[in-house]
Design a protein around this ligand. Structure first.
Ligand code: AP5
Length: 222
């Protein structure tokens, strides 16, 4: 029996939020909502929002709260989120968390749990330096841990795999600093609300779907 779940995936850049969220969505049959992917989609479409977001993302900075929250609110109002969702990359500031509380209460919804991926910096650098993403469908690979079947090509759509613009070492350093100063306080914010579930690095190994099924059982979601 599947229960409805509205989850948040919290963690540093490269901690595996996207990978884990995709696996957990497969287990629970809910929607994955990645604010990073929504921005990258706008950038590839050349929208005004995309141009604005790019000016922050290329520097490793956060896009302003109001802009990001408005984009998320539009997405949350779409009917497919009624069956549940996993937020990947939102909230990233205490203000965004407060805005999310208000948005969800207006929609008659609430957060079921917040999953925090606790991964050390050296592992994060290893993961980000080997990441390749599909130019067309955004699927993510790692040259050593999760390589594609054919080097440089996406398994799903055969498009070229590229290094993400914000995965350059100097931008990654900035993104990690921003995480520690601005996003990490959310761990306490959600701990205080008794919503936080921390996943240690041992559980964050390849075999993501099996790990996430085990987590869903632990949270009584299946
Ligand atoms: P976003 O796209 O959200 O990037 P991020 O948070 O920096 O996270 P990443 O996508 O880099 O990593 P991830 O944690 O999803 O890890 P992944 O699964 O890919 O945001 C980008 C930018 O957009 C931000 O910097 C900001 O400017 C803007 N933005 C987005 N949301 C915003 C918001 N709310 N407010 C303001 N601005 C916002 O894994 C990483 C790699 O490791 C992959 O290669 C993967 O294959 C590999 N891997 C994953 N898990 C494992 C494992 N267990 N073992 C080995 N390898 C693994």
């Amino acid at each position: 029996m599947m229960k409805k779940a509205n989850l948040i995936m919290l963690g540093a850049p490269g901690s595996g939020k996207g990978t884990r969220a995709a696996a957990l969505c497969e287990v629970l049959g809910v929607e994955q909502i990645s604010t990073g992917d929504l921005f990258r989609h706008n950038i590839s479409e050349g929208t005004e929002l995309g141009k604005l977001a790019k000016s922050y993302m290329d520097k490793g900075e956060l896009v302003p709260d109001d802009v990001t929250a408005a984009m998320l609110e539009d997405r949350l109002k779409q009917p497919d989120t009624k069956k549940g969702f996993i937020l990947d990359g939102f909230p990233r500031t205490i203000r965004q968390a407060e805005m999310l509380d208000k948005m969800l209460s207006d929609l008659g919804e609430k957060i079921t749990a917040v999953i925090y991926l606790d991964v050390p910096d050296e592992e994060i650098i290893r993961r980000i330096s080997g990441r390749r993403i599909c130019k067309s469908c955004q699927a993510s690979y790692h040259v050593s841990f999760t390589p594609p079947m054919h080097e440089g090509r996406c398994d799903k759509c055969d498009s070229e795999l590229v290094i993400r613009d914000d995965d350059k070492p100097e931008t990654v350093k900035k993104r990690l600093e921003v995480f520690k100063s601005t996003t990490f306080p959310l761990v306490k914010y959600y701990e205080d609300k008794h919503l936080l579930v921390t996943i240690p690095p041992e559980l964050s190994k390849a075999g993501a779907v099996a790990d996430m099924r085990e987590l869903a059982r632990k949270l009584n979601l299946i």
